[in-house]
Structures are given as C-alpha cells and as structure tokens.
Design a protein around this ligand. Structure first.
Ligand SMILES: [Zn+2]
Ligand SMILES: [Zn+2]
Length: 338
C-alpha cells in the first residue's frame, strides 16, 4: 500500500474533499496509526471555517482518534506496532518550555493541536507524536474510544480536578455531547449529580445517565433550585450559552466553582460581589494530556461510562459533519474508516 484516503478542507469555508494521498511515514519520535474511528467534535468548525489563526491548508481535521499503530519512527521505544491507541486534542508538547519543565504538559507554550497543527484522524492513516498517544484498554471498541479523546477527557478531567469530593453537589449544565458524558462521570465519581437542561423531555435521559435530579431551566430558576440543595460545589457548564452560564453563578455554594470547558461566543456577565462574599470562582478548563485521556478510557471501561454516538463511514463525511453542526445528533458523531 502506497496511498491512503483522507477527508480534507482545502481552504477556509471549503467543502469536504475525499482525497487519495501518499501514505505518510513517521519521523523521529512519531508513530503512524491505521485509524479505525474518529469523532467529529464541534471544534472541527475551527478548521472547516478557518476560525483558528495560522492553520495551514489543506488540512485533515480530527482529534478524537482511535486506531492501531502500524509503523513506528526512530527513537520511539515504548509503543509497538499493533498496539491500540487514541490521539486527542493535545497533540504533543516540547518537554523544554517552563510549563513542561514543571510537568504541566497541557500548558506547554509550544503545544500542538491534533487536526489543527498537523493532520488528524478524518483519514485511514495519520502521523502522531508518541507524546500524544493514549493506550486503549482491551474490550473498548474504537467507536467508543474516539469520543473519549476530546469530549470525554475534557469533562472527566475537569470534574476530577474540580476540588469536589464524594457526596458534594455537582451540577452539569447542558445534556449534549459533553454534558451527557459529564452526568455519567459525575455520578460515577460519587457526586450528588444534578443535570440541568432546557425542557422536560431530557429528564428521563438525564436520570438514565445517572443524574439524581433533573432541573428544567426553562420552567424553573436553575440557580434557585441548586440553592435549595445548599448550592453546587461545582457547576460544569457544557452548553456554550453565555447568558445561561452567567445566571448559574447564583447556584454555587460557598467555595463553589463554575467550570467552563467550552467557550461561548459572547462574554460572561458575572456580578463579582457574590464571588467575593462566598469565595466563589469562575474558571476555564483545558482538556488534558494523553495520559489524562488514557485515564479517561480506563475509568470509562471499569465504570461503564459510554458516549452515545451516531456512526458514519468516512465516505459520508459531509453528511456526518452536517449532522454534528445541526445540533441534532444524539450525541457524538463518529466516522469509521474502511
Ligand atoms: Zn474536541
Ligand atoms: Zn513545552
């Protein structure tokens, strides 16, 4: 085999193009994957529409990759051909900058983003730095592993580093691609899990995912409902709606933290006095490293957390992407490679 298929974007705003490319060879410190599945993340709009500064086109997006190593570059000793691995948003780090010297690889000033700084997983094959690899546990299907590599690790890592401890009230705002995983993780981590969504229709699903209680923010004041429980120690705001997120601050407990892992287009509007008087905070959360992704995969396997996915073959990438953008997918869209 000397060529491989990929779905690329040739220019900002361009259409999906299925192309035949030369089979790439891994350089030093890299491996080549035979991709088996790749999730479509909402952030792939950054490549499709040219919203991320400095992207070189054509570009193959995809940072929820699951596959198998089929070639190993020089200097890579801890990964083997045939091993099942995932690649996520974190596409490697430099090991040399100040954050790296302190072991904070996710904050590397030279960090690479899979599918933005180099071609990602909307392809039969891709090249990845060894520092971006997570081992996929046995028994976890590639279509299940893919969405954990961005959506999964983002909410899992946000929650486990949030400061909440077992028994605390943790609310997950938004029952979508991120939120339906957030509810499952919050429950499995031992939190009193509150799901917040708009409308009654998501109540049964939220409870099935593990929520102890569902708050319909269209019918009630979500912050007031949270205060009836003593306030939330953590609110994970997964629906990128600035107005809705801002209103949630009033639902925090003393020392409560509003965590925002997905960026709304508009700025938040937050009164600072309640933050001061209750030592509350609003904070962003940034994904995680490859080892965080591997922790996510492992935790998901032994706790039974799974993404709800709609699966499309690579050849139907246009349809699959439109499905994701429509917001109607339940809940992650995943491409599979032939
Ligand atoms: Zn993503
Ligand atoms: Zn670095």
């Amino acid at each position: 085999m000397t060529t491989t298929k990929a779905a690329q974007i040739r220019k900002p705003g361009g259409d999906w193009e299925l192309v035949e490319r030369d089979l790439p060879q891994p350089g030093p410190g890299q491996v080549r994957l035979k991709v088996e599945a790749c999730g479509i993340c909402h952030s792939d709009v950054l490549i499709k529409d040219g919203l991320w500064p400095g992207i070189q086109y054509p570009r193959v997006p995809g940072h929820e990759v699951a596959g198998r190593i089929d070639a190993v570059g020089s200097g890579v000793s801890n990964w083997k051909v045939g091993q099942r691995v995932g690649v996520g948003w974190h596409g490697g780090h430099c090991f040399q900058c100040e954050p790296c010297r302190r072991g904070d690889f996710a904050m590397c000033v030279n960090r690479k983003i899979t599918g933005i700084d180099f071609d990602g997983g909307y392809a039969e094959h891709m090249i990845a730095p060894a520092s971006a690899l997570a081992a996929i546990p046995d028994g976890l299907a590639a279509t299940d592993a893919g969405p954990f590599m961005c959506a999964g690790v983002t909410v899992f890592n946000a929650l486990r580093n949030s400061g909440a401890i077992a028994g605390d009230v943790v609310a997950v705002h938004g029952i979508g691609g991120l939120g339906h995983l957030g509810v499952q993780y919050a429950r499995q981590m031992g939190f009193q899990t509150i799901a917040i969504g708009r409308g009654k229709d998501k109540d049964p699903l939220a409870r099935k995912l593990g929520a102890h209680q569902y708050i319909d923010s269209a019918a009630t004041d979500a912050a007031a409902e949270l205060q009836k429980l003593g306030g939330a120690r953590v609110i994970l705001a997964t629906a990128p709606n600035a107005k809705a997120i801002s209103a949630l601050v009033d639902g925090l407990s003393i020392n409560g933290k509003l965590l925002v892992p997905a960026a709304p287009m508009e700025p938040l509007t937050v009164s600072v006095l309640p933050l001061i008087m209750g030592r509350r905070s609003v904070a962003g959360w940034y994904s995680g490293t490859a080892r965080d992704s591997q922790d996510t995969l492992e935790f998901s396997v032994f706790s039974g957390v799974r993404s709800m996915t709609e699966v499309f073959p690579l050849a139907r990438v246009t349809e699959a992407y439109e499905r994701m953008i429509s917001g109607k997918a339940r809940f992650r869209v995943v491409l599979t490679m032939p």
